[in-house]
Write a new protein. Structure first.
Length: 390
């Protein structure tokens, strides 16, 4: 009978583990499963799109990106779309970008390029470059990507444009990394996937709070109505996430998750580049309006709490030889692992990700919050001066 006994501490811990598991269910089925739910609705014909294909402008900011432009820009220039232009702003490049762009302009009559003034005192050269590109654009709809990104198909613009309804002002798309071997690349790919599950999930839930400039679109008139990036000129970053946080609403924002509308990035070559990117987004996330970041933080806390409660319950039960309690705790842990693996891997497959996540999920559950905490400490160590004008 002792093997089936409970004590009050074990009951409390087991009950708390169950409660936190229920909270995790709400997050995974209510938020992280929304990309799959949209894909399922798309396949069943439940979603309806506009048949119009308005002219649009693709805007790319590039700094010393000649190799990426050579490899990826043709995929943007050869889209199956009736009328569009591609504007590349060469932001003070010292490589072969200028010569390459001039040569490509001779081949593609819808490619244009310009440059940012060398003596500019603008707080963010990227914001200046994007502003120049937007002002130079001829069309109302603007599509944004980056020099190191490649659309996976020539239907990218068509799929983004099918969301350009009269009520729509913003369209958010999915991005991911190209497959590359190695533990670090697996971690980076998972981080990007999970981030997409969050911010696209919120947008699909009617509460958009950010966007990524690698794959998104908005109206030119919206940019000027908001006076461009004037609301956050004191920040060097935020040309994508903060601007979308400022303008995106549930009624004016759509999400495009079709596989052929995905853009992919080159694998991260240097860990420090990935850290710098995370620092940038963490720095600007402090200025997001809305409660989504708080709710995201609560999910992270509940996730860590679940693992702590599971370990505490299991260890206490084993020490007391209460195997039923240990078995129930392990069952709750397995239920969450199966739920997590199904939702994440199903979405990853639908979005063209090559990685599969099973045994690594518990590890990433702990590693990514720890990594983000280290990034925040590093940012505090460096100081805010790297990101703000004083």
């Amino acid at each position: 009978m002792e093997a089936f006994a409970f004590n009050s501490v074990e009951v409390i811990l087991l009950s708390a583990t169950l409660l936190v598991l229920i909270i995790q269910f709400f997050y995974y089925f209510g938020l992280y499963n929304r990309i799959h739910a949209r894909n399922k609705a798309l396949k069943s014909g439940e979603l309806h799109f506009t048949q119009e294909l308005p002219p649009l402008s693709v805007i790319i900011c590039a700094k010393n990106e000649s190799e990426n432009l050579r490899k990826f820009l043709p995929a943007v220039l050869e889209q199956d779309y009736p009328q569009y232009e591609v504007i590349v702003i060469n932001d003070g490049s010292t490589d072969e970008s200028e010569d390459l762009l001039s040569a490509l302009e001779e081949k593609y009559d819808h490619l244009y390029h310009s440059f940012t003034p060398e003596n500019s005192r603008y707080i963010s050269r990227k914001k200046l470059a994007l502003t120049l590109g937007i002002k130079a654009s001829k069309h109302e709809w603007l599509v944004f990507t980056e020099a190191n990104c490649k659309p996976v198909s020539n239907q990218w613009l068509r799929l983004m444009a099918r969301n350009f309804t009269p009520r729509t002002d913003v369209v958010l798309g999915y991005y991911g990394y190209e497959y590359a071997k190695g533990w670090f690349n697996r971690l980076v790919s998972f981080d990007a996937l999970f981030h997409s599950l969050r911010y696209l999930g919120w947008a699909l839930a009617g509460s958009p709070y950010m966007g990524i400039g690698r794959n998104m679109a908005y109206r030119k008139s919206l940019f000027f109505e908001q006076k461009g990036f004037s609301a956050h000129l004191n920040l060097q970053r935020g040309d994508d996430d903060l601007f979308i946080n400022q303008v995106a609403k549930g009624f004016n924002t759509k999400v495009e998750t079709a596989l052929d509308a995905t853009v992919r990035l080159e694998p991260v070559e240097w860990r420090k580049d990935w850290i710098e990117e995370k620092i940038s987004y963490i720095a600007t996330s402090n200025y997001y309006k809305g409660s989504q970041q708080v709710v995201n933080g609560l999910e992270t806390m509940s996730r860590l709490l679940f693992h702590a409660l599971f370990l505490g319950t299991t260890l206490l039960a084993i020490l007391n030889f209460h195997w039923l309690v240990a078995g129930l705790a392990f069952l709750l842990w397995m239920i969450r692992e199966v739920m997590q693996a199904v939702i994440i891997n199903r979405t990853a497959k639908e979005q063209g990700e090559d990685w599969k996540y099973y045994l690594t999920l518990p590890l990433f559950d702990l590693l990514l919050p720890l990594q983000n905490f280290k990034v925040k400490l590093y940012r505090l160590y460096r100081g805010k001066s790297d990101f703000m004008r004083r």
